[in-house]
Design a protein around this ligand. Sequence first.
Ligand code: ASP
Ligand code: MG
Length: 451
Amino acid sequence: MIKVMKFGGSSMGSVDALKRTASIIQREPARKAVVVSAMSGVTNSLIACMRDRSDTSTVLEQLRAKYAGCAQVMMSGDLFNTYLKELDASLSMLGDKLKTYQKLDRAPFLEDAISSWGERLSVITLSNILRERHIDAVALSAEEAGIVAEGEPSNGSANLAATHSNLGQTVVPLLENGATPIITGYYGTDARGRPVTFGRGGSDYSSSVVANGVDADCCEIWTDVNGFMTADPREVPNARTIKEMDYSEAAELAYFGAKVLHPRTIEPVRRKGIPLRVKNTFNPEGNGTLIRDQKNNTPEILRSVAAKGDLSIIKIYSSELVYNPGLISRLIASVSEGGVNIYAISTSLSTLAMVLPASAMDDVLARLESLHEGQIEKMTIKNDVSLICCVGDNMINTFGVAAKVFAIVSSSGANVEMISEGASDVALNFMVPSDKAADVVRNIHKTFIGD
Ligand code: ASP
Ligand code: MG
């Protein structure tokens, strides 16, 4: 049995959290590889230091105080001194990178190297804490482990095949020898050896990539909530933890609202049918949420409802749009340029409607205007809309669900601004004005899941 266990920023963020994390690892009888995030707040402070070009010695001192402050309580004198040397060597490399960065105008790869430094400090710290508990922990950076990344800085993807073949030679032999590799989350390195991060929150994805790479039997993500919920508990006080769901349900929920997992976490484990469990470091006895291949074997129709705000709808009018597929593809290409996510698309004879992050709208409009497509007659924008995502693996093929959902929307006093149904087997997505989103979510939850 091989397990991958991932601990996020809050599981690494204080002496109490680190004690819990270390005990969870210590109690785990399986062979295990551990993936870790930076301590909470660290990635933000590294990014802010670059953005504000602030004094590098202040951030270095803060990081030293944060990591060493916890380590001192958890390590004996000799081990702590060895640890401090490792920590200081790593901080001095970070200091050099920050100084270089301040002399440059734009340096996206260096930005990724710097913003992922918290993860490097975390593996040094946690591996020494575990050694204090007589665990044969081995700290590995993503480059030492061989996690291969591709794509743009701050938005990379893992090359799963290359990573699998590397981990077979680095991580798997350690596991076979009974050691516990502690690996940095959040980034991999590209073909030229440059660090490329997987986007904010990317350590979840890293753990799934490592699980795929070592052919794990299970991947556990340890966080600070009990798992996926039937709704956001801040909006719906009676929301419950979901015991089990299918990969596709978790992927939709993570992308469209629930902030439990980095949305890309599902794919690497799904490819190998590795079950993924979300667990709470601060409630380890809880079941958490188990995510695996389990289509249509539960009675629930609607498993969870989430809302995603800060979105806008753009509508592009052109009288014979559907007869001009070249125009549609040019419009979509222009909108998505620069990595803008399109959350939903809908077409009619003469309109193309797309749901986009509100923050991208100015740039998108400027790009569309500069296309000079004679056929665009007008464009309209609707701001302050939220996407409601209803998920359930029996939902789409159960008769009458959509009618019931939309009756609830209407009795909540909300107008449906756009619908996306049928594309996914497990999700029904639609847009409502943001000021009605909380009511819609509460009422759908009440009817399908209960108070
Ligand atoms: N430390 C990184 C972040 O804050 C990655 C992660 O925590 O998953 O985004
Ligand atoms: Mg996270």
